[in-house]
Design a protein around this ligand. Structure first.
Ligand code: PNS
Length: 175
């Protein structure tokens, strides 16, 4: 006799992830991780660190605006900024997963330290590492700014909106 067994699962809690970073500026590598992340989570919060000490090219407000414009086709993305500890911000917005992109083995050591420190500070949160599309594995905000400043073509590496802002902001110094 066949007995049908049905397991009734409690309704799943809203899954909220945080994708924190400097995003000075957003690159196509970041955007690729955001797009992948939005498919895994109900709410995907991009959180810009307020750290003016790093002498950023774009203000936090400008970076948030660029991210918002580049993700306007992704309804479950929210753009935030935070200062202080990431885990404290996560408590405030009720998020329990940190998403970080890993490009190469060289990223791993720093990311491991951050993930374990965040676990020490808040054992209930998990960090998950995501891989960007292979064509973006060498792209970083720092290199984009350097190459652009020296007259190199970064059109394939950043969203068009970001490229326009770079053109408006950075004088190009060639040779
Ligand atoms: O894009 P970045 O600059 O590598 O991002 C680093 C970031 C923002 C994720 C990290 O510096 C951070 O979470 N800063 C907040 C301060 C904090 O919580 N520090 C302790 C955890 S290591």
């Amino acid at each position: 006799m066949h007995v049908e067994t049905r397991i009734l699962l409690p309704s799943r809690a809203m899954r909220t992830a945080i994708y924190p970073g400097s995003f000075d500026p957003l690159t196509n590598g970041h955007l690729d991780i955001i797009r992948r992340g939005t498919r895994l989570f109900d709410r995907f919060l991009v959180a810009v660190l307020e750290n003016e000490g790093k002498a950023p090219l774009f203000t936090v407000g400008e970076r948030k605006e660029l991210i918002a414009r580049c993700t306007s086709d992704m309804p479950n993305v929210e753009v935030h900024s935070f200062s202080g500890l990431l885990v404290d911000f996560m408590r405030r917005v009720d998020a329990n997963v940190v998403v970080r992109g890993i490009r190469a083995v060289s990223d791993y050591e720093y990311e491991l330290q951050m993930a374990l420190m965040n676990r020490e500070l808040h054992p209930q949160i998990e960090t998950i590492f995501m891989l960007p599309a292979v064509e973006y594995t060498y792209v970083s905000s720092r290199l984009v700014k350097e190459v652009f400043r020296l007259g190199g073509d970064v059109a394939r590496l950043v969203p068009p909106t970001v490229l326009e802002s770079l053109k408006a902001r950075l004088p190009v110094t060639v040779g």
